[in-house]
Design a protein around this ligand. Structure first.
Ligand code: 5RP
Length: 220
């Protein structure tokens, strides 16, 4: 089974969590694109979706699912999104697609977070995937120096501007054994908009696609 087939299987498995009549949150990325395609088949059962990126909004609209403003919808039933890495506590690294800020907002506004991924994303210790940090442009060098003090090796993701007009630093060299602490520490650096660690609010369910089928991990 290819990695794409594993992503598609995980995405389709998330459909069982969609609550008819309820607005849901939709993340960003290639795995989520498979989810949007699958969700299109039940578009008449849902009023619409709140989206975490301009790219996902465009795809939702293209398949006929209304995109709703998060400010007008209250709390969401579920949030479905991918990840760059996940550990067994269902803490995540996200932001490979530069959508981490809106992803964190929509996840926070949702009652249940369903993470969909292929099995290669499951790791013992987070940090092999460089940790994305969204930064206000004028703070880029300052934040990079602070990230070095925390033991990381930041690099500027050149030619990428987020949907919010900011830049991304990707921080390599971290072995993240206390993800909640690091999420807090990086979040407190002046100029940081969002750190791509989802540990204070981890996923509730992790659906991992593999040749053996879709494995479901739940928060303890
Ligand atoms: C985007 C993300 C994505 O969820 C993450 O990069 C995984 O992407 P993919 O499903 O393409 O592997 O965080 O900001």
């Amino acid at each position: 089974m290819s990695q794409d087939a594993a992503k598609k299987a995980a995405a389709e498995a998330a459909l069982k969590y969609v609550e008819p009549g309820e607005i849901l949150g939709v993340g960003t990325g290639s795995t989520v694109n498979y989810f949007i395609d699958a969700l299109a088949k039940m578009k008449h059962d849902i009023p619409g979706a709140a989206s975490s990126s301009e790219a996902s909004s465009a795809r939702l609209k293209a398949v006929g699912i209304p995109v709703l403003d998060l400010n007008s919808v209250g709390s969401l039933s579920i949030y479905v999104d991918g990840a760059d890495e996940a550990n067994h506590q269902l803490q995540l690294i996200k932001g490979g697609g530069a959508a981490l800020t809106r992803e964190k907002i929509v996840a926070a506004a949702s009652r249940k977070f369903i993470c969909i991924a292929d099995e290669s994303k499951l790791v013992k210790v987070l940090g092999k995937f460089p940790l994305p940090v969204e930064v206000i442009p004028m703070a880029r060098s300052y934040v990079a120096r602070e990230l070095v003090k925390l033991g990381g090796m930041p690099s500027w993701r050149e030619n990428v501007i987020t949907d919010n007009g900011n830049v991304i630093l990707d921080v390599a060299g971290l072995s993240i054994t206390d993800a909640v602490k690091l999420e807090t520490e990086i979040g407190l650096i002046a100029g940081v908009v969002t750190v791509g660690l989802f540990a204070r609010r981890p996923a509730d369910v992790l659906l991992l696609g593999s040749p053996a089928g879709v494995r479901e991990l739940k928060a303890a």
